[in-house]
Design a protein around this ligand. Structure first.
Ligand SMILES: [Zn+2]
Length: 245
């Protein structure tokens, strides 16, 4: 059974951590012209990504494009492998993120300290990805307020702070906000971006204001998953009282 058109399918991959496994959530969109993958998972997770897609009867060749919400390794990690596997794969990213995801500027958080935390085989894959970045052609530059021709109209919301070109996507027909790393679900509570991973926290908190006023049934956080408990009200609270975030 293939996914209906249009449809939004939340995926689940697992990053190994010292205390177990931490789920992350790329998203698969199906539209008339094929599938769009929003974020690609962590470096080294390509086999898990491929298996997850296969469970949905989706083969790599069905994927037409990747939208990157931002540059972090757990989001762009399988981009190189996808580009190798899928000829003509489109990559869409926000203007302010393009210098990083195309290797003109170093990835902001992939620091020597971060590198030192990765096992050697993962680091080798990361270095391979970094070498591939300059070959990436961005097919579409995302701009704040853009309405993308996906899912009956998908709004780009530029939410800088976690990274300069971080974006959220709003699927208006489904009243569904894909928040990427601008929001998290921690112990069933919707909160703001993770401070240690957010170099410009004041700006990230200001960005929360751009998420208020959206009609919402559901928010998806890359870390923490889906949140459905009156998300409009909770986002308004966070935007008003950023210290709660
Ligand atoms: Zn991130």
């Amino acid at each position: 059974m293939n996914q209906p058109i249009p449809s939004i399918t939340v995926l689940q991959l697992h990053i190994p951590t010292p205390t177990g496994k931490s789920p992350i959530h790329p998203v698969l969109l199906r539209d008339e012209d094929g599938y769009t993958l929003v974020d690609t998972g962590m470096i080294g997770q390509f086999a898990e990504l491929e298996a997850t897609l296969a469970d949905l009867n989706v083969s790599l060749s069905d994927i037409k494009r990747v939208i990157l919400t931002h540059q972090d390794m757990d989001h762009i990690g399988n981009l190189g492998a996808l580009l190798d596997a899928i000829p003509g794969l489109e990559v869409w990213a926000h203007a302010d993120e393009i210098p990083y995801v195309t290797g003109t500027k170093p990835l902001i958080k992939f620091t020597p300290e971060r590198r030192a935390m990765l096992p050697a085989p993962v680091l080798a894959l990361a270095d391979q990805l970094l070498m591939q970045l300059p070959e990436i052609n961005i097919s579409r530059t995302l701009v704040d307020g853009d309405i993308l021709p996906l899912q009956g109209g998908t709004q780009v919301i530029h939410t800088p702070g976690h990274t300069p070109g971080h974006v959220c996507l709003y699927f208006g027909e489904q009243q569904f906000l894909l928040a990427a790393d601008e929001l998290r679900v921690v112990d069933d509570v919707l909160v703001g971006p993770a401070p240690p991973a957010t170099p410009d926290m004041p700006e990230a908190l200001r960005s929360l204001k751009k998420l208020t006023g959206l009609k919402l049934n559901k928010v998806l956080c890359y870390h923490g998953g889906e949140y459905t408990l009156n998300p409009e009200k909770r986002i308004a609270e966070l935007a008003e009282n950023p210290e709660e975030a």
